[in-house]
Design a binder for this molecule. Sequence first.
Ligand SMILES: Nc1ncnc2c1ncn2[C@@H]1O[C@H](COP(=O)(O)OP(=O)(O)O)[C@@H](O)[C@H]1O
Ligand SMILES: [Mg+2]
Length: 824
Amino acid sequence: MQDFEKLGAFYLGRTYDLASGRREDGFVLYDSRDLVTHGVCVGMTGSGKTGLCLSMLEEAAIDGVPVIAVDPKGDLGNLLLTFPDLAPEDFRPWVNQDDARRKGVSVDQFAADEAAKWARGLAEWGQDGARIGRLRAASDFAIYTPGSSAGLPVSMLRSLDAPPPAFMEDRELFAERVTTTATSLLTLAGVGAEPGRSREHTLLTSILTATWAAGRGVDLAGLIQLIQAPPVQRIGVLELESFFPATDRFGLATAFNNLLASPGFDAWLDGEPLDIDRLLYSADGRPRVSILSIAHLGDRERMFFVSLLLNQLLAWMRAQQGTTSLRALFYMDEVFGFFPPVANPPSKTPLLTLLKQGRAFGLGCLLATQNPVDLDYKGLANCGTWWLGRLQTERDKARVLDGLEGALASGGGRFDRAYFDRALSGLSSRVFVMNNVHEDAPAVLESRWAMSYLRGPLTRDQIKVLMGPRKAAAALQATPHAASVPEHPSARPSGPPSRAEGDAGEGADRPVLPAGIAQFFLPVTLARPGAASLCYEPRAVGAGSVGFSDAKLRIDAARTVTVVAAIDARLGSVEWADGTVLDMSAKDLHAEPAAAARFLDVPPAATRARSYDSWAKSFKSWIGQSQTLDLLKSRRTGLVSAPGESERDFRVRLQTAAREQRDEAVEKLRRTYAPKLAALDEKIRRAVQAVDRESAQASQQKLQTAVSMGATVFGALLGRKALSASTLGKATTAARGVGRTMKESQDIERARQTLAAAEQQKAELEAHAQADIDALGGALDPLTETLEPVTLKPKRTDVTVQLVALAWVPVWKDAEGRLTPACR
Ligand SMILES: Nc1ncnc2c1ncn2[C@@H]1O[C@H](COP(=O)(O)OP(=O)(O)O)[C@@H](O)[C@H]1O
Ligand SMILES: [Mg+2]
């Protein structure tokens, strides 16, 4: 593993010398944390934007950072064309056959050529098949195709769910969500509607506000009904009927109905809902790269989908804890039309909010476009890194400069227009000027060779081939699951099986029990089979709560326990351990039967109030013994899972925590080594000067080599940030001013020794740094780390019994006297 992969640095390419038009040796490494202030990549078609951005996504994937990428053009699917063996037969199905024909070679030959080209290209950039293997292993790559069955399906319209409660508490965010959803729905239905101006928009926002505030989601069919019979009677101060009469509303309902009835619309309803957490992490917590391909959609549909996605992303983001590390990456290729400066399409507001707030939550956004005039300047000002590639015309260049100048000025940054003007004129493809607000100076780089095979846009059939096996696997998994929905444990009739229905006599009327014995009814939740009648069986019910606390683990959790158990007619006892734990609390129990019913006989013990006291005691001790809180502990991070947190969610959380710890550790290393290195370089500089004094020529070259970090350990650790601030600049100027006053050769000898010693020290420092970096470990450990089980038991004082009473459990009794449960 290259050092920079452990350090969370993204390998973007090598430095490039504009004057000579040559690539240099130094790696251009980008601190992944800088991406939380977002990036924008601008350049004409063919300038290498997508290649650069795809490489960045590859770096993110290798580092275990999950990615959601929106693909309006279709070439992001190339991320799935990764072949660690670099064998011609791997390339064969994916090469562009027209290209082969044009070149006059067979497809086989062309595939072999392409494979060789990729192997060569990677080698030139210090990469190999093994790195591709790591990339493939690090993340789970998938292509989703909303509204089409080619890739993985994703349902867009199942996604009009109510936002999570935490999100709704923020009134501004909630209002934003309502507005953009209304606009995107109207856009989709082809009803042009300006937020705040049209009554269609106002009506939809009223409907969405009312339903979501009540915690309910909507689907399109539901929406059509709600338009005709809105849940609100007034809009502002106007009566609904005078504001937007029913006859007119019918027109709007029809527009949505037409949409629903249009051919191919089913595909919009299929698939899993747009769930950001699931797009970012697999079922076992592995990071994912989810490509959302929208190339096949019309403009209106694209807009609808992208705004829904951005809204979901925003809601997901707001539910995360803050972090300073890069938690996830959102990439959008060819953002033209979604984030315009003047117009206000529904995608704009949520994207702007993401750019403004993403940093706090570790969500980095990366946008690519051909011209910055396509982008809102407020948004641009929120992008910390700019990659500027080759531009078509002088006018485009002037616009890019204006954009960058404006963005940097509003961020308080410096802007050397003359430098950028010159730099931008000399760019060839794959060469970019990078301006990163976290660094002292801009840099020019040539993008590294992409590990993915950049064959260009994937066809529908190719996406099908890529995603086919996955869809088949998903279908296989879904079928047996649906066929054998596991019976809820409490669906079985409660009580020991030996107790046949004939055991207790059946009294038709509800038995009269002494006052002071509380009685409850379990709700009927299972449908009546045929003509069965309702019966109630007597049981004991216990409800209580149990707390778990551990100061060291900072756990303070409580849980309610509700159990229904049989009453032994002979012994008059209740075995709580044999009872059924119910998924409800005491307040879900009913005071009255669901309907007229027959009642089975009550065991004598249950008619005595005393019995309940002793059952309450046994209930309390049963809770104390049986209830545990089972958690997982990660030794590596010291974190413990939260009550109710699944192993998958815990592992997802651990990955962010591990990344934060890694980033912190790297920062510490930087702080340790940067001054030491600077001091040594200064020493070397003086020594070189002393040695060189006699030869009169201040050897800049020698100095450069002596203190250059290029591809060394320090280059990886300290990167350009340190390089630009290092002693290099000072050293060269100082060297020029050296006088020629060296007299004694002894001094020279001494200077030589000093130089050798300093260089030796530097080598030692480097070895130390290497050892420290080796000790950091990989970012993906939390996925494979064996988690320790931690089991908390309640203290006796943490058990509270709320009630122990007689429970009437409903059962269905058919004509033959067979009993089936009426309650889960
Ligand atoms: N990092 C890269 N590695 C290998 N080839 C690249 C890379 N970047 C660009 N290319 C080549 O250049 C072509 C154009 O680059 P691309 O990134 O698609 O340009 P843009 O997105 O700016 O239109 C690609 O099809 C590919 O052949
Ligand atoms: Mg492109």
